[in-house]
Write a protein that binds this ligand. Sequence first.
Ligand code: FAD
Length: 474
Amino acid sequence: MGGGNNQYDLIVIGSGPGGYTAALHAAKLGAKTALIEKADVGGVCLNWGCIPTKAILHSAALYQQTKNARRYGISVDGVTANYPGVVKFSRQTVTRLVKGLTGLIEKSGIDLIRGAAVLAEPTVIDVKLNAPDVDGAVSRRLSAKHLILATGGAARGLPGVAFDGEKVISSREAIVQDQVPARLMIVGAGAIGLEFAEIYATFGAKVTVVEMLDRVLPLEDEEVSAVVRTALLKKKIKIHTGTMMKSLAETADGLSCQLAPVAGGDPLELSVDQVLVAIGVGPVSEGMGLESAGVATDHGFISVDEHLRTSAAGVYAIGDVTGAPQLAHAASAKGIYAVEHALGKTDNRFKGDWIPGAVFTHPQVASVGRTEAALTETGTAYKVGRFPFSASGKAVAEGEIAGFVKVLLCPETGKLLGAHIVGHNASELITSLTLAATHGLTGAQIMQSIHTHPTLSEAIPEAVGDALGLGIHV
Ligand SMILES: Cc1cc2nc3c(=O)[nH]c(=O)nc-3n(C[C@H](O)[C@H](O)[C@H](O)COP(=O)(O)OP(=O)(O)OC[C@H]3O[C@@H](n4cnc5c(N)ncnc54)[C@H](O)[C@@H]3O)c2cc1C
């Protein structure tokens, strides 16, 4: 396929989980592919997001477990945390995975071009190379039959509170800073905000979380939010929901934060050493020539149709730059789909109905499908089933009894409408429910599938059984 040095079947801009997955899939399907990356291979997820945070969270969990080990008959004296070592382990994890991924990309025959791309025409791009190439050229013009935009996202700031990289930071700085702030305020109680709350509280910071909406993890099931809130409070994390951060001033005592209840009432002033803003992720789409190439955007997010095509012929967009759900696996799934559609392998719509999400706090949260609130809002009937981990043999044996599995079934078809888990390893447990939902299995079929004993996963057929009036241990 393809021909000429600068002509490709497919060009992918951005090597995050969306872009690199798309490029690898295209190469497997025999397409002559170029992957353009201006910064780090692996994008935000691998370098600044999913992976480094999970490495730090692993250290946090290990630290906590070791401190609690006496309960399980293990004596460990003098347990201390060396936070620079924690960050070092996290960065080593990233380095190892980036090296592996870069090798995989190069081995697959993809042209990995390091530089910043702008669109000259819909499927013609100019790349400003990060370093001159062997001929001394500093830029290259490339063209392709199809282009995939996978340029990702970046942390949004608070109006009037600029990031300075030291006192007011985003997750990007938090991931690499190797000191734990004594007093930290986190603005935003979504997944990123709470994962850092977990990290810093475990390593000794006094953490305050401020959230504009009325609960932590406001998009999750309400009962799930309540369990997480209790767990955060137990860690001595202070939580102000229904509260806005109004302004910030430097004082002799650090930063003075003015907070105001959304519903009105007395403002609150808090002194902290650092503020981490985690209120959401905006698109990386500016200055790329999108408008002149005819690629429509909405508040910077690239608009796509059900086939992930943009408004410009031959141009697709995937991942964070297209908006919610801003998750790595959503970006990858879209990358695979866009390649298949571009290469004529499918004409079905992109099916993104069952994309799970997870929050790696302790206990973890994971969900797929709709919440009770969303079903109620649309007047959709449902049956609910729950199973608490306090009734699970494996959870009790591991001292991980917080949380539950909750399923929402359609009363007519018996199929899943939503599933919500809060508890140990929820991020792994959600997978079988996602599989069941994706393939339209009924609650009865889920129960027919025999689950290993003793495992946390036994809570799944139990919760389904509860919804059907057939639970064994509830
Ligand atoms: C702290 C944190 C924790 C997270 N944890 C999780 C998690 O546990 N699970 C999960 O699913 N998601 C998580 N996410 C979200 C996840 O990182 C993103 O959803 C994912 O990275 C999006 O992938 P992407 O391919 O769309 O873009 P990105 O990963 O953002 O990659 C885009 C790439 O495009 C490059 N690029 C941009 N413009 C150009 C240009 N003009 N030319 C060349 N290259 C360009 C960028 O340099 C970047 O490398 C987390 C995010 C953060 C910040």
